[in-house]
Design a protein around this ligand. Sequence first.
Ligand SMILES: Nc1ncnc2c1ncn2[C@@H]1O[C@H](COP(=O)(O)OP(=O)(O)O)[C@@H](O)[C@H]1O
Ligand SMILES: CCCC(=O)OP(=O)(O)O
Length: 354
Amino acid sequence: MYKILAINPGSTSTKIALYENEQEILVKTLDHPSEEMEKFEKVVDQFQMRKDVVLLFLKDNGFDVNKLDAVVGRGGMLPPVKSGAYRVNDLMVDRLKNRPVVEHASNLGALIAHEIASSIGKEAYIYDSVKVDELIPEARISGMPALPRTSTSHVLNSRAMAIKAAKNMGKNYTEMNFVVAHMGGGVSLSVYEKGRLSDIISDDEGPFSPERSGRVNLRPFMDMCFSGKYDKKTVGKMISGNGGLKGYLGTTDAREVEKMIHEGNEEANLVYRAMAYQIAKGIGELATVLKGNVDAIILTGGIAYSKMMTDMIKERVEFIAPVEIMAGENEMESLALGTLRVLRNEEQAKEYTE
Ligand SMILES: Nc1ncnc2c1ncn2[C@@H]1O[C@H](COP(=O)(O)OP(=O)(O)O)[C@@H](O)[C@H]1O
Ligand SMILES: CCCC(=O)OP(=O)(O)O
């Protein structure tokens, strides 16, 4: 019986799960209020605090850390990597600690996993990192030579949902073409073309989301950045943290927004409809990557629980392909089961290189 600890650090929480083979034994979301997080200058400064809450959680549940067979963390902002499992090695630790491609809470997944696993002489892994990059050559050209496109998306959930949708249809996902919209605190859209993540619209390239601005006009944005009114941290927060629903309506909770709409708030109604409109537009854009040969459009993430939102999106995109609603996310299961396959030698963990 393999015991696997999965760690998924998000911007406002750390999700932890303990698995025995396929069985989830313990699961917890530990929230980190914004007052607690504001004192940390950089994401890496949160390492000790987040590691401590993971260890405390295991202790409080009477679980002996020495019994673990492996620890897996959500893969962070690395240079482009392949899908599947990677062993966390010293180079990956150095990259995520000292030279992350972008500051993001997921960078701590591998670091905490590595620290805990090393302390008991076991291996740490990441699985389906946010930087899985299988873009087709055309998708790499941004239009600005200094900034080639790379892939950043919610791969862990989106790929798992594509695999599950194909299975539900009695097919292997390597035979299918999907457009997946992950709709959580951040929204990213992706194309799974016969199993390959051939293009994406990341959380800063397309639709706005509960806490992120999404795409904005570049020239006014440049003027704003150089106006001298804002520092880098504030602008970063406008993009991610205080953008989207939060920026317009003061909340990142889509349920709150729906309550406002039911109470007759016109502004909330317009902004929420605009979010659906932008997500639908992005799905339409990605359908062209598949030249219209889309087997299904998958709506997933927390917001896919909302009938109001999914109905608004469906209305605009169901002419393209059937819409599958797969609400929620199964990131913890994807991390744990991916690692289980590695422990059982059903899948090889890759060695991280640069
Ligand atoms: N039943 C629901 N109806 C509408 N929105 C929901 C529902 N459940 C969760 N959400 C929304 O989903 C979003 C969070 O999604 P989630 O996938 O948990 O994101 P993350 O993991 O990025 O925090 C929030 O805006 C939340 O309000
Ligand atoms: C799209 C990259 C990963 C990401 O933004 O994850 P969260 O939405 O969980 O912060």
